[in-house]
Each structure stands twice: as C-alpha cells, then as structure tokens.
Design a protein around this ligand. Structure first.
Ligand SMILES: Cc1cc2nc3c(=O)[nH]c(=O)nc-3n(C[C@H](O)[C@H](O)[C@H](O)COP(=O)(O)OP(=O)(O)OC[C@H]3O[C@@H](n4cnc5c(N)ncnc54)[C@H](O)[C@@H]3O)c2cc1C
Length: 403
C-alpha cells in the first residue's frame, strides 16, 4: 500500500502515524514544502495547542503520551467570566471525573515529537519537497512534485493547510462563514500563584482565552493568549507597544489572574470558518485545516483532526482485512460517514461559542441580570465538549439541528 501525504504539519504527520500504527507494512511518504524546523522559539514567542482527553488517549495509544505529558501543562479547571457582569463560574476536572480537562503543549514540542515518532515508525519524510499538482484518473492519484517528478500512489491525503491549493486545483470548493473577528495569539507572563487554571473571559469586544503553559521562571506563570476582537480593534491592539498592550489586556481581564508583566510577539488572524464541500474522492482524502478550519476560541481544530486520523486508520485497517483497495471510493466514503457526526458537532459547538460572544454579539447586548444565564448556557456547552473530548458521551447540543 503506497500512501502519499501532502503537508508535514501536525495533521499530515498525525495521519501518517495513525495509518502506520495499524498498517505497519504500508509505505507512507510525507511531502512537506518547507525545510524541517530547527531550534525552538523563545519562551514568549512559541504557539501552543490544548489537547483534550480523547487526543491524550490517542497519543497514549501511539506511544508518545509520556513525552507529550512531560512537555505540557495540565488544565485542572477553566474559570469563565464576563467583563462588567456579575457572576463567574468554574468548571473543574472533577466535573467530568478526571484529573485534568486537557493539556497544553507548545507546537514546536508537539511537532518535533510527532516528527520523531513518524520517522521511528518508518514514515519517509521529504522536505523541502513541495507538491505542485495532483491528478486522479480511475481512482489512481498521481502527484507532480516541484522538482518535476511524478509519483503514483494508492491514496493521497491532502493536508496542506487552510486555503488548500491542491483541493482548489481538484475543483473542490469550500463553504466559508465569516465571523467578523480577528484573533491575536501571543504568550504572556503573569505574576500569579494559581496553577492549572485556564481563563476564559467574555468582553464586549470579544472572547479572551488564557491557557496555562509550563512555567519556565519560578513565580512567573506563562499563558498562551488568544484574544478575539472586532478586526479594527484587533489590528489596533496588534500595533501597540508591549506596555500598552499589557495595560489593555489587564483592563479587559481584570486582576484575578494576576499582574501581566511581559508579552512576546503577536500574530493576528482574520477568523473565518471554512469547510471543504467534499472531503473524499476515489484515491483522495482532504484532511486537517484543508478540510475544516475552525475558530480557535474552543481549541478544537487539531483535536478534531486527530480523531479524523484515527478514523481513517481504522477504516483502512478494516478494508485491508477485507481485501479492498485503500483508495476505493466505497472505503473512503465509509471514512467520510464515520467522521461526519463528530465534525458537525465540533464545528457547530465552536461556531456557537465564537458567535454567541463575538463583539457586538447578541448575548453581550443583554442586560446585566442575564449574565448568569449566559454563563449557565456556556458551561453545559463546555462540559459537553469536555465529555465528548474525553470520549465519554455522544452528546448533542441544544438546538444542534440549527447549527
Ligand atoms: C491561534 C490558534 C490557536 C489554536 N489552538 C488550538 C488548540 O488549542 N487546540 C486545537 O486542537 N487546535 C488549535 N488550533 C487549530 C490547529 O492549529 C490547526 O487545526 C492545525 O494546526 C492544522 O494543521 P494542518 O497540518 O492541517 O495545517 P498547517 O499547520 O497549516 O500545515 C500545513 C502544512 O502543509 C505544508 N504545505 C502547504 N502546501 C504544500 C504543498 N503544496 N506541498 C507540500 N507541503 C505543503 C505547509 O508548509 C505546512 O507545513 C489553533 C489554531 C489557531 C490559529
């Protein structure tokens, strides 16, 4: 079985590992356009990913959980509040019968661990090795590499990121939903003594999330900040100097977290939710951000893709046992059906979180005495996401049909 994966980001690597884990004889090659990263960013300039419990179990199954755990910070509780309104709420790991609600790891660590695992289990990584074209004739995909070589495979997984060039080349269109928000990601340091808390603050300008990172200076906690705001406001915040940015953050978050003392480089994204209208064709799977790009407010994009990777691996294992070709459309449609519910739920829940509390959103315009109702609405939603993330329940959202 020859499988080619286009894109050596975290998702491309996860698909390679997931398939190799169940089909060790499969020959898998990952083509990554950029040179492999070397070195690591400074403690204030890294980016991070919150892994939910289902992702942690999967990483345990693949054998890298101890290394991921060692490099990660645990989220034991999530503190939710709304600026200028009474009431706040704490969701604790105990609510879902766990020791932690999730774990936060910096992307350079997670990427390096996935890369190491892929190589150890025999996945070939070619980088820098861009793929510039893809054609499929009678379910047989052929890749055209930047160096002019053509390569046939039984199955191609396209994981080339948001705004996928290859999907577009294949005529696969996507559904876009604008949320009129921009997210700023940055790491901040804070003088505080509280360990293992993620903070979520809803303000009139949009939601702010602070995820705990492993400490690297005693007494100075590091957080990964995702600050969503109306695009004009976000762009203005991005241009502030460090001191002014920290003052603006402190005003929005208040003092409960502690005093913010430093901020690293800031990256901004206009937020759109994008979903490919087709994720499979004979010989082809579209994966990761190329298949679904979610608002980062709920931290679910990579978690969802990890579950997709596991689902494809299981379907390929079953079909190999039945003697079916990995690229056959019947096999890939089975994968598509097996992930549809999960993708619909996760996308719907993320959209709900992003749009209910977006700047000038309907709930933020409600009078003060509805604040607790707002939080009441949020926490069951969070709880359902956590429970589902922990693999405990196939929860449904209230009003899911409309999402
Ligand atoms: C601010 C922010 C915070 C987030 N936080 C979380 C979180 O806490 N938890 C979570 O689960 N998710 C989170 N996400 C989502 C998560 O980051 C994405 O789901 C994930 O990174 C998608 O990875 P990917 O591999 O699909 O895409 P990418 O990371 O974009 O990788 C695509 C790769 O393909 C390569 N490539 C592109 N074109 C070609 C080509 N033609 N040939 C070869 N290679 C090519 C690129 O060089 C790149 O390496 C967050 C996202 C953002 C923006």
């Amino acid at each position: 079985m020859h499988i080619a994966i286009v894109g050596g980001g975290m998702v491309g690597l996860a698909f390679a590992i997931g398939i190799k884990h169940v089909l060790p004889a499969a020959e898998i090659c990952v083509f990554e356009a950029r040179a492999l990263p070397s070195g690591s960013p400074s403690a204030l300039d890294s980016r991070a990913t919150a892994l939910n419990l289902a992702s942690c179990s999967l990483l345990e199954k693949w054998g890298i959980w101890p290394q991921v755990h060692e490099a990660a910070a645990s989220i034991r509780s999530i503190h939710v509040s709304s600026k200028g309104r009474f009431g706040s709420a704490l969701m604790d790991a105990g609510d879902v019968g766990e020791e932690a609600l999730g774990h936060v790891i910096e992307n350079h660590h997670l990427g390096a661990l996935l890369m190491q695992l892929a190589q150890t289990c025999g996945v070939v990584i070619e980088a820098p090795a861009g793929v510039v074209g893809l054609a499929i004739a009678a379910s047989q995909p052929v890749l055209l590499r930047q160096n002019g070589e053509r390569m046939a495979a039984d199955l191609v997984v396209v994981a080339d990121g948001a705004d996928s060039q290859l999907a577009r080349q294949m005529g696969i269109t996507s559904e876009r939903r604008e949320v009129e928000q921009r997210a700023i990601a940055a790491n901040v340091r804070c003088e505080d003594t509280q360990e293992g808390i993620a903070w979520e603050r809803f303000t009139a300008n949009g939601p702010i999330a602070l995820l705990p990172l492993p400490e690297n200076i005693p007494g100075q906690r590091r957080y990964n900040l995702i600050w969503s705001a109306h695009p004009e406001r976000a762009k203005a915040l991005e241009t502030l100097d460090d001191a002014a940015f920290l003052t603006a953050l402190q005003q929005e978050v208040g003092w409960r977290v502690g005093r913010f003392t430093a901020v690293g480089c800031r990256t901004g994204w206009d937020l759109v939710r994008v979903r490919a209208r087709e994720q499979v064709r004979g010989g082809l799977v579209i994966a990761g951000n190329a298949a679904h790009t979610l608002h980062p407010v709920a931290g679910q994009g990579f978690n969802l893709s990890l579950r997709d990777a596991d689902a494809l691996a299981q379907v390929l294992r079953e079909s190999a046992a039945e003697g079916a070709a990995p690229g056959s459309i019947e096999v890939l449609q089975r994968y598509d059906r097996s992930t549809a519910d999960d993708q619909r739920f996760t996308t719907g829940a993320t959209d709900l979180l992003a749009t209910l509390f977006r700047s000038r959103g309907p709930l933020l315009d409600l009078p003060r005495d509805t604040a607790l109702a707002t939080l009441d609405l949020l926490l069951p939603l969070r709880r359902q996401i956590a429970q589902r993330g922990a693999g405990r329940t196939r929860a449904t959202l209230p009003g899911q049909a409309q999402l």
